[in-house]
Ligand binder design. Structure first.
Ligand code: ADP
Length: 361
Protein backbone atom coordinates (compact mmCIF):
# COMPACT_ATOMS: atom_id res chain seq x y z
CA UNK A 1 0.00 0.00 0.00
CA UNK A 2 1.30 3.46 -0.89
CA UNK A 3 0.23 6.96 0.06
CA UNK A 4 -1.14 8.89 -2.90
CA UNK A 5 -1.80 12.63 -2.81
CA UNK A 6 -4.71 13.79 -4.95
CA UNK A 7 -5.13 17.50 -5.70
CA UNK A 8 -8.32 18.29 -7.60
CA UNK A 9 -10.52 21.32 -7.08
CA UNK A 10 -13.77 19.78 -8.31
CA UNK A 11 -15.37 17.83 -5.43
CA UNK A 12 -17.04 15.17 -7.61
CA UNK A 13 -13.83 14.45 -9.53
CA UNK A 14 -11.81 14.39 -6.28
CA UNK A 15 -14.11 11.76 -4.79
CA UNK A 16 -14.02 9.63 -7.90
CA UNK A 17 -10.24 9.66 -8.27
CA UNK A 18 -9.95 8.87 -4.55
CA UNK A 19 -12.25 5.91 -5.01
CA UNK A 20 -10.20 4.59 -7.93
CA UNK A 21 -6.94 4.93 -5.94
CA UNK A 22 -8.45 3.32 -2.82
CA UNK A 23 -9.79 0.42 -4.87
CA UNK A 24 -6.24 -0.19 -6.04
CA UNK A 25 -5.39 -0.61 -2.35
CA UNK A 26 -3.67 2.69 -1.60
CA UNK A 27 -4.15 5.30 1.08
CA UNK A 28 -5.34 8.69 -0.09
CA UNK A 29 -4.48 12.22 0.98
CA UNK A 30 -6.80 14.69 -0.69
CA UNK A 31 -7.08 18.40 -1.21
CA UNK A 32 -8.91 20.86 -3.44
CA UNK A 33 -6.27 23.55 -3.15
CA UNK A 34 -2.83 23.77 -4.81
CA UNK A 35 -1.12 25.46 -1.88
CA UNK A 36 -2.45 22.89 0.56
CA UNK A 37 -1.24 20.14 -1.80
CA UNK A 38 2.29 21.51 -1.38
CA UNK A 39 1.97 21.50 2.42
CA UNK A 40 0.67 17.91 2.38
CA UNK A 41 3.43 16.77 -0.01
CA UNK A 42 6.11 18.28 2.24
CA UNK A 43 4.58 16.73 5.36
CA UNK A 44 3.97 13.20 3.99
CA UNK A 45 6.27 12.66 0.95
CA UNK A 46 3.61 10.59 -0.88
CA UNK A 47 4.57 7.80 -3.29
CA UNK A 48 2.58 9.49 -6.08
CA UNK A 49 0.88 12.82 -6.73
CA UNK A 50 -2.16 13.04 -8.96
CA UNK A 51 -2.96 16.65 -9.72
CA UNK A 52 -5.37 18.71 -11.72
CA UNK A 53 -3.88 21.67 -13.60
CA UNK A 54 -6.29 24.45 -12.63
CA UNK A 55 -6.61 24.78 -8.86
CA UNK A 56 -7.12 27.65 -6.43
CA UNK A 57 -4.00 29.38 -5.05
CA UNK A 58 -1.49 27.20 -6.95
CA UNK A 59 -1.76 25.43 -10.31
CA UNK A 60 -0.74 21.81 -10.78
CA UNK A 61 2.31 22.93 -12.78
CA UNK A 62 3.39 25.41 -10.15
CA UNK A 63 3.08 22.65 -7.55
CA UNK A 64 5.24 20.39 -9.72
CA UNK A 65 7.87 23.11 -10.24
CA UNK A 66 8.05 23.82 -6.52
CA UNK A 67 8.56 20.13 -5.74
CA UNK A 68 11.25 19.73 -8.38
CA UNK A 69 13.14 22.86 -7.43
CA UNK A 70 15.77 21.06 -5.37
CA UNK A 71 16.74 17.92 -7.34
CA UNK A 72 18.44 16.38 -4.29
CA UNK A 73 15.22 16.52 -2.22
CA UNK A 74 13.08 13.35 -1.99
CA UNK A 75 10.14 15.57 -3.02
CA UNK A 76 11.72 15.99 -6.45
CA UNK A 77 11.57 12.22 -6.99
CA UNK A 78 7.82 11.81 -6.42
CA UNK A 79 6.12 10.66 -9.64
CA UNK A 80 3.67 13.29 -10.80
CA UNK A 81 0.53 12.57 -12.82
CA UNK A 82 -0.90 15.77 -14.25
CA UNK A 83 -4.43 15.88 -15.63
CA UNK A 84 -6.06 18.64 -17.60
CA UNK A 85 -8.55 19.20 -20.40
CA UNK A 86 -5.90 20.86 -22.56
CA UNK A 87 -2.19 20.24 -22.40
CA UNK A 88 -0.67 23.26 -20.66
CA UNK A 89 2.76 24.55 -21.64
CA UNK A 90 5.39 22.82 -19.51
CA UNK A 91 3.26 19.69 -18.94
CA UNK A 92 6.18 17.57 -20.19
CA UNK A 93 7.86 18.14 -16.81
CA UNK A 94 5.29 15.77 -15.27
CA UNK A 95 6.03 12.03 -15.42
CA UNK A 96 2.75 11.53 -17.15
CA UNK A 97 0.09 13.80 -18.58
CA UNK A 98 -3.47 12.59 -19.16
CA UNK A 99 -6.03 14.54 -21.12
CA UNK A 100 -9.41 14.88 -19.44
CA UNK A 101 -11.86 13.21 -19.68
CA UNK A 102 -9.81 10.32 -18.32
CA UNK A 103 -11.29 6.86 -18.43
CA UNK A 104 -11.06 4.82 -15.27
CA UNK A 105 -9.00 2.05 -16.83
CA UNK A 106 -6.58 4.56 -18.29
CA UNK A 107 -6.16 6.14 -14.87
CA UNK A 108 -5.67 2.78 -13.17
CA UNK A 109 -2.99 1.86 -15.71
CA UNK A 110 -1.22 5.19 -15.17
CA UNK A 111 -1.28 4.85 -11.37
CA UNK A 112 0.08 1.31 -11.46
CA UNK A 113 2.78 2.27 -13.92
CA UNK A 114 3.95 5.28 -11.96
CA UNK A 115 3.97 3.43 -8.65
CA UNK A 116 5.82 0.46 -10.18
CA UNK A 117 8.51 2.44 -11.90
CA UNK A 118 9.06 5.41 -9.66
CA UNK A 119 10.97 8.29 -11.26
CA UNK A 120 11.05 6.86 -14.79
CA UNK A 121 9.86 9.75 -16.94
CA UNK A 122 7.08 9.11 -19.43
CA UNK A 123 6.43 10.71 -22.75
CA UNK A 124 3.78 13.37 -22.59
CA UNK A 125 0.53 12.47 -24.25
CA UNK A 126 -0.79 15.15 -26.61
CA UNK A 127 -4.25 16.54 -26.58
CA UNK A 128 -6.07 14.51 -29.19
CA UNK A 129 -7.19 16.47 -32.17
CA UNK A 130 -5.15 19.61 -31.56
CA UNK A 131 -1.98 20.78 -33.19
CA UNK A 132 0.69 23.20 -32.17
CA UNK A 133 -0.28 26.81 -31.90
CA UNK A 134 1.56 28.85 -34.47
CA UNK A 135 1.74 32.19 -32.73
CA UNK A 136 0.79 33.85 -29.46
CA UNK A 137 -2.81 35.05 -29.18
CA UNK A 138 -3.64 38.19 -31.10
CA UNK A 139 -5.06 40.91 -28.82
CA UNK A 140 -8.57 40.67 -30.35
CA UNK A 141 -8.80 36.93 -29.86
CA UNK A 142 -7.12 36.82 -26.47
CA UNK A 143 -10.29 37.34 -24.44
CA UNK A 144 -12.24 34.84 -26.53
CA UNK A 145 -9.46 32.24 -26.13
CA UNK A 146 -9.46 32.79 -22.41
CA UNK A 147 -13.24 32.47 -22.24
CA UNK A 148 -13.29 29.38 -24.43
CA UNK A 149 -10.59 27.68 -22.40
CA UNK A 150 -12.36 28.60 -19.19
CA UNK A 151 -15.69 27.25 -20.46
CA UNK A 152 -13.99 24.10 -21.72
CA UNK A 153 -12.42 23.51 -18.33
CA UNK A 154 -15.60 24.27 -16.41
CA UNK A 155 -17.67 21.94 -18.58
CA UNK A 156 -15.09 19.20 -18.94
CA UNK A 157 -14.53 18.74 -15.24
CA UNK A 158 -18.14 17.83 -14.37
CA UNK A 159 -18.43 15.88 -17.66
CA UNK A 160 -15.41 13.85 -16.68
CA UNK A 161 -16.77 13.23 -13.20
CA UNK A 162 -20.16 12.19 -14.61
CA UNK A 163 -18.52 9.81 -17.07
CA UNK A 164 -16.39 8.17 -14.41
CA UNK A 165 -19.42 7.83 -12.11
CA UNK A 166 -21.36 6.16 -14.89
CA UNK A 167 -18.49 3.75 -15.52
CA UNK A 168 -18.31 2.87 -11.83
CA UNK A 169 -22.08 2.19 -11.69
CA UNK A 170 -21.69 -0.03 -14.76
CA UNK A 171 -18.95 -2.04 -13.04
CA UNK A 172 -21.02 -2.52 -9.90
CA UNK A 173 -24.26 -3.64 -11.50
CA UNK A 174 -23.38 -6.65 -13.58
CA UNK A 175 -26.16 -8.75 -15.14
CA UNK A 176 -28.71 -5.98 -15.32
CA UNK A 177 -29.37 -5.39 -18.99
CA UNK A 178 -31.73 -2.47 -18.50
CA UNK A 179 -29.33 -0.51 -16.28
CA UNK A 180 -26.41 -1.38 -18.54
CA UNK A 181 -28.30 -0.10 -21.57
CA UNK A 182 -29.19 3.17 -19.89
CA UNK A 183 -25.74 3.81 -18.45
CA UNK A 184 -24.16 3.14 -21.84
CA UNK A 185 -26.53 5.69 -23.30
CA UNK A 186 -25.42 8.23 -20.68
CA UNK A 187 -21.76 7.53 -21.49
CA UNK A 188 -22.45 7.96 -25.22
CA UNK A 189 -24.17 11.29 -24.60
CA UNK A 190 -21.34 12.50 -22.40
CA UNK A 191 -18.81 11.46 -25.07
CA UNK A 192 -20.86 13.35 -27.63
CA UNK A 193 -20.69 16.49 -25.49
CA UNK A 194 -16.95 16.06 -25.05
CA UNK A 195 -16.47 15.74 -28.82
CA UNK A 196 -18.58 18.82 -29.38
CA UNK A 197 -16.48 20.79 -26.91
CA UNK A 198 -13.29 19.68 -28.62
CA UNK A 199 -14.68 20.60 -32.06
CA UNK A 200 -15.72 24.07 -30.87
CA UNK A 201 -12.23 24.76 -29.52
CA UNK A 202 -10.64 23.41 -32.66
CA UNK A 203 -12.91 25.38 -35.01
CA UNK A 204 -12.06 28.57 -33.10
CA UNK A 205 -8.32 27.88 -33.39
CA UNK A 206 -8.64 27.10 -37.09
CA UNK A 207 -10.61 30.29 -37.70
CA UNK A 208 -7.83 32.25 -36.00
CA UNK A 209 -5.10 30.51 -38.02
CA UNK A 210 -3.66 28.99 -34.88
CA UNK A 211 -3.34 25.43 -36.09
CA UNK A 212 -0.35 24.33 -38.10
CA UNK A 213 0.01 21.05 -39.90
CA UNK A 214 3.22 19.04 -39.55
CA UNK A 215 3.72 17.44 -42.95
CA UNK A 216 5.63 14.22 -43.51
CA UNK A 217 6.00 12.17 -46.71
CA UNK A 218 3.50 9.32 -46.90
CA UNK A 219 2.04 6.99 -49.48
CA UNK A 220 -1.54 8.25 -49.34
CA UNK A 221 -3.09 5.04 -50.68
CA UNK A 222 -1.37 2.93 -48.03
CA UNK A 223 -2.41 5.39 -45.33
CA UNK A 224 -6.05 5.47 -46.44
CA UNK A 225 -6.14 1.69 -46.66
CA UNK A 226 -5.00 1.50 -43.02
CA UNK A 227 -7.84 3.80 -42.00
CA UNK A 228 -10.36 1.79 -44.01
CA UNK A 229 -9.19 -1.41 -42.29
CA UNK A 230 -9.82 0.18 -38.88
CA UNK A 231 -13.28 1.37 -39.99
CA UNK A 232 -14.16 -2.13 -41.22
CA UNK A 233 -13.48 -3.40 -37.70
CA UNK A 234 -15.44 -0.52 -36.19
CA UNK A 235 -18.46 -0.95 -38.47
CA UNK A 236 -18.67 -4.65 -39.34
CA UNK A 237 -22.25 -4.19 -40.59
CA UNK A 238 -21.08 -1.91 -43.44
CA UNK A 239 -19.52 -2.83 -46.75
CA UNK A 240 -16.43 -0.65 -47.21
CA UNK A 241 -14.86 -1.02 -50.66
CA UNK A 242 -11.39 0.34 -51.30
CA UNK A 243 -9.84 0.94 -54.72
CA UNK A 244 -6.48 2.43 -55.57
CA UNK A 245 -3.90 2.55 -58.38
CA UNK A 246 -0.90 0.24 -57.91
CA UNK A 247 1.83 2.90 -57.85
CA UNK A 248 2.77 4.62 -54.60
CA UNK A 249 1.26 8.11 -54.37
CA UNK A 250 3.52 10.11 -52.12
CA UNK A 251 2.16 13.32 -50.61
CA UNK A 252 3.30 15.67 -47.86
CA UNK A 253 0.70 15.31 -45.14
CA UNK A 254 0.16 15.51 -41.41
CA UNK A 255 -1.05 11.95 -40.71
CA UNK A 256 -3.05 12.88 -37.61
CA UNK A 257 -4.92 15.60 -39.51
CA UNK A 258 -5.58 13.54 -42.64
CA UNK A 259 -6.87 10.79 -40.39
CA UNK A 260 -9.20 13.34 -38.80
CA UNK A 261 -10.58 14.31 -42.23
CA UNK A 262 -11.04 10.67 -43.28
CA UNK A 263 -12.71 9.81 -39.98
CA UNK A 264 -15.15 12.66 -40.46
CA UNK A 265 -16.01 11.69 -44.04
CA UNK A 266 -16.40 8.02 -43.15
CA UNK A 267 -18.46 8.76 -40.08
CA UNK A 268 -20.74 10.99 -42.16
CA UNK A 269 -21.10 8.27 -44.80
CA UNK A 270 -22.03 5.82 -42.04
CA UNK A 271 -24.49 8.26 -40.40
CA UNK A 272 -26.10 9.89 -43.42
CA UNK A 273 -25.73 7.18 -46.07
CA UNK A 274 -28.41 4.94 -44.55
CA UNK A 275 -30.33 2.85 -45.44
CA UNK A 276 -27.47 1.87 -47.76
CA UNK A 277 -24.53 0.38 -45.90
CA UNK A 278 -22.18 0.42 -48.87
CA UNK A 279 -19.33 2.93 -48.89
CA UNK A 280 -16.68 3.21 -51.60
CA UNK A 281 -13.28 4.77 -50.90
CA UNK A 282 -11.47 5.54 -54.11
CA UNK A 283 -7.92 6.84 -54.55
CA UNK A 284 -7.14 8.69 -57.78
CA UNK A 285 -4.34 10.83 -59.15
CA UNK A 286 -3.55 13.50 -61.70
CA UNK A 287 -0.14 15.06 -62.44
CA UNK A 288 -0.64 17.72 -59.76
CA UNK A 289 -3.01 16.14 -57.24
CA UNK A 290 -3.87 12.92 -55.45
CA UNK A 291 -7.51 12.47 -54.47
CA UNK A 292 -9.50 10.42 -52.00
CA UNK A 293 -13.21 10.03 -52.71
CA UNK A 294 -15.62 8.82 -50.05
CA UNK A 295 -18.81 7.75 -51.81
CA UNK A 296 -22.05 6.74 -50.16
CA UNK A 297 -25.32 5.56 -51.68
CA UNK A 298 -27.69 7.29 -49.28
CA UNK A 299 -30.49 9.81 -49.86
CA UNK A 300 -28.04 12.50 -50.99
CA UNK A 301 -27.96 16.26 -50.39
CA UNK A 302 -30.06 18.85 -52.28
CA UNK A 303 -27.91 20.87 -54.71
CA UNK A 304 -28.93 24.13 -53.03
CA UNK A 305 -27.39 22.96 -49.73
CA UNK A 306 -23.99 21.92 -51.11
CA UNK A 307 -22.31 25.37 -51.04
CA UNK A 308 -23.15 25.77 -47.33
CA UNK A 309 -22.06 22.29 -46.21
CA UNK A 310 -18.61 23.51 -45.23
CA UNK A 311 -19.88 26.46 -43.18
CA UNK A 312 -19.53 26.39 -39.43
CA UNK A 313 -22.49 24.77 -37.62
CA UNK A 314 -24.32 24.07 -40.87
CA UNK A 315 -26.52 20.98 -40.89
CA UNK A 316 -28.87 20.02 -43.70
CA UNK A 317 -31.27 18.64 -41.12
CA UNK A 318 -31.08 19.02 -37.38
CA UNK A 319 -31.10 15.30 -36.85
CA UNK A 320 -29.30 15.30 -33.50
CA UNK A 321 -26.67 13.03 -35.03
CA UNK A 322 -24.00 15.71 -35.36
CA UNK A 323 -23.11 19.30 -34.63
CA UNK A 324 -22.21 20.77 -38.00
CA UNK A 325 -18.52 21.38 -37.41
CA UNK A 326 -16.91 18.28 -38.93
CA UNK A 327 -16.89 19.42 -42.57
CA UNK A 328 -15.82 22.96 -41.63
CA UNK A 329 -12.84 21.55 -39.70
CA UNK A 330 -12.05 19.00 -42.43
CA UNK A 331 -12.13 21.60 -45.23
CA UNK A 332 -9.93 23.95 -43.19
CA UNK A 333 -7.43 21.15 -42.56
CA UNK A 334 -7.43 20.28 -46.29
CA UNK A 335 -6.62 23.92 -47.09
CA UNK A 336 -3.76 23.91 -44.58
CA UNK A 337 -2.29 21.08 -46.68
CA UNK A 338 -2.62 23.16 -49.85
CA UNK A 339 -5.55 20.96 -50.85
CA UNK A 340 -9.32 21.10 -51.09
CA UNK A 341 -12.41 19.26 -49.88
CA UNK A 342 -15.50 19.30 -52.09
CA UNK A 343 -18.87 17.59 -52.32
CA UNK A 344 -21.15 16.37 -55.10
CA UNK A 345 -24.47 14.66 -54.67
CA UNK A 346 -27.46 13.34 -56.55
CA UNK A 347 -30.71 13.15 -54.62
CA UNK A 348 -31.80 9.57 -54.13
CA UNK A 349 -28.43 8.22 -55.31
CA UNK A 350 -25.84 9.33 -52.79
CA UNK A 351 -22.99 11.73 -52.12
CA UNK A 352 -19.30 11.93 -52.97
CA UNK A 353 -16.81 13.88 -50.88
CA UNK A 354 -13.44 14.48 -52.52
CA UNK A 355 -10.25 15.36 -50.72
CA UNK A 356 -7.51 16.61 -53.06
CA UNK A 357 -3.91 16.92 -51.87
CA UNK A 358 -1.01 18.30 -53.91
CA UNK A 359 1.43 15.67 -55.14
CA UNK A 360 4.94 15.88 -53.84
CA UNK A 361 7.10 17.77 -56.34
P1 ADP B 1 -22.16 16.84 -38.38
O1 ADP B 1 -22.18 15.51 -39.04
O2 ADP B 1 -21.47 16.83 -37.05
O3 ADP B 1 -23.51 17.52 -38.35
P2 ADP B 1 -20.60 17.85 -40.63
O4 ADP B 1 -20.01 19.22 -40.77
O5 ADP B 1 -19.66 16.68 -40.75
O6 ADP B 1 -21.27 17.87 -39.20
O7 ADP B 1 -21.77 17.71 -41.67
C1 ADP B 1 -22.66 18.81 -41.87
C2 ADP B 1 -23.99 18.32 -42.40
O8 ADP B 1 -23.82 17.87 -43.75
C3 ADP B 1 -24.56 17.14 -41.65
O9 ADP B 1 -25.30 17.57 -40.53
C4 ADP B 1 -25.44 16.50 -42.71
O10 ADP B 1 -26.71 17.15 -42.74
C5 ADP B 1 -24.72 16.81 -44.02
N1 ADP B 1 -23.92 15.66 -44.52
C6 ADP B 1 -22.62 15.45 -44.31
N2 ADP B 1 -22.19 14.33 -44.93
C7 ADP B 1 -23.28 13.82 -45.55
C8 ADP B 1 -23.51 12.67 -46.37
N3 ADP B 1 -22.52 11.81 -46.65
N4 ADP B 1 -24.76 12.47 -46.85
C9 ADP B 1 -25.77 13.34 -46.58
N5 ADP B 1 -25.61 14.45 -45.80
C10 ADP B 1 -24.39 14.70 -45.30
Amino acid sequence: MSVVLIAEDEQGALELISEVVEQLGHQVLRTRDGEEALVLARAHTPALIISDYMMPRRSGLSLLRELRQDPSSPLAQIPFLLMSAAQPKGAEAANLFLTKPVQIEEMERAIRKLLDSRTVPEAVKGLPGTGPVSSPSQPDTHLRDELLNWVAHEIRTPLNAARMSAELVLRRTPNDDEIEKRIKLIVRQLDHMERLLRSILEAARLADGKIEVQPESHDLAEFVQGTVTLWRELQPGYQLEFTSPQDPLVVRMDPQRIRQILDNLLSNAVKYGLPSKRIVIEIGSSPAFVSVKVIDFGPGIPASEIPRLFDRFYQVERSGRGHGLGLYISASLARLHGGTLSAASVLGQGSTFTLMLPRRS
